[in-house]
Write a protein that binds this ligand. Structure first.
Ligand code: ZN
Length: 379
């Protein structure tokens, strides 16, 4: 199981340079060329209605520490729609995604946090955390303009140029933030347009050295020391305020995967939140080196919220190490991945060998939020 997870995810985040396909793709008007026109149109109409219904339920029943059953059903319904192989190219899916991100921009533009910490769940593993004084973004990404399709005769790349949000909308999101943390160089985390926009607005972008390495953009990334438990100071808002930051020296795979920053941010109010990027220790238990610091975070820092990819190996151990008041799941339904690797809200935990339920049983609230949803935590 673990080896399978490794294979799925490592391939999952890297191979984007596939070429478009001919043949099946050349049927004009069909989103899914394996269907006839009537069936293809039906799946479009059904996707639209299901997403509207899920959207209405999520608006009526916002995220809460005890997840209401109604929300679970709405999220699982979204999973079902997004696991149509060709979902990124369905206009109904694009409208759902774009509308929710537009609403999120409005929410950010009008929401002041007076006490505690509000965190918005963005696309894929993107999050935006806001306190009374600062707004911090992690792994903001417009969305993939190409997705993988595991065709019967092998893997192919299918263009999805209309799936990403517009540059204008991305700019509005960036405008609301003070700083961006990029965990690692993979396309679904390091978005060159988003990074460039932060830098153009005079805001720091923090990442490991492998982010846009060898490119002019890479030279403008702030590289903090990857050192467990060590607090460093990062100036934001043109030097008006400082964040305290710890960059834990994570990896996506200790078996040859890229360096992955696990960033812990402490705000001027003393609120703290960590984002683990694509941290995974796979295969487990052979690759345990990172658990030396993961197990010990709680002895050095208080962590209010942990934002973790939903397929990290041994989430229960990670939660115990960080000991947060709340765990927020990320990286669900990355649409650039082939359908079976768009790890859903329902988790696919048994197949992937994950232990999210063990983290819950250990007393940690573990929440799923849909694209653009937010939750306020007042510790
Ligand atoms: Zn990823």
């Amino acid at each position: 199981m673990h080896a399978r997870l490794g294979l799925v995810i490592v391939v999952g985040c890297v191979l984007f340079s596939l070429t478009g396909v001919a043949g099946e793709e050349d049927k004009p008007g069909l989103i899914n060329p394996s269907l006839n026109a009537n069936d293809d149109a039906f799946i479009g109409r059904q996707s639209g209605l299901f997403l509207q219904e899920a959207d209405a339920v999520l608006k009526r029943v916002p995220p809460a520490l005890q997840e209401p059953e109604e929300r679970k059903l709405a999220l699982y319904l979204i999973d079902a729609v997004l696991h149509d192989t060709r979902a990124p190219n369905r206009p109904e899916v694009q409208t759902f995604y774009h509308t929710r991100m537009e609403e999120t921009a409005q929410s950010l533009e009008t929401t002041k946090v007076t006490s505690g910490l509000r965190i918005w769940k963005m696309y894929n593993h993107g999050f935006i955390a806001r306190t009374a004084t600062v707004t911090v973004a992690f792994d903001l990404f417009r969305g993939p303009a190409q997705f993988r399709w595991d065709a019967p005769d092998g893997r192919k790349g299918i263009p999805s140029p209309d799936f990403p949000i517009s540059d204008e909308l991305a700019k509005r999101l960036v405008q609301q933030c003070d700083v961006l943390f990029v965990s690692h160089p993979h396309d679904d985390h390091a978005d060159p347009f988003v990074v460039t926009t932060f830098l153009e607005q005079g805001k720091p972008v923090v990442g490991p050295e492998n982010v846009f390495q060898g490119k002019p953009l890479g030279e403008k990334i702030t590289h903090l020391k990857r050192e467990a438990h060590t607090e460093q100071t990062l100036a934001i808002q043109n030097g008006q305020r400082n964040l305290k930051v710890v960059i834990y020296p994570g990896q996506q795979y200790q078996d040859g995967g890229p360096q992955n920053n696990v960033s812990l941010v402490i705000t001027p109010e003393g609120l703290s939140f960590a984002h683990n990027g694509d941290q995974i220790n796979d295969p487990y238990p052979a690759y345990q080196e990172d658990f030396k610091w993961i197990d010990a975070v709680r002895e050095h820092h208080r962590v209010d919220v942990l934002m973790t990819n939903n397929w990290t190996m041994d989430m229960a151990r990670m939660a115990k190490g960080f000991n947060p008041k709340l765990v927020l799941l990320g990286h669900q339904n990355e649409m650039g991945h082939q359908m079976n690797d768009r790890v859903p809200y329902w988790g696919d935990a048994k197949f992937l060998g994950l232990n999210v339920d063990e983290a819950r049983a250990a007393g940690y609230p573990v929440l799923n939020m849909a694209w653009g949803e937010s939750i306020l935590l007042v510790p």
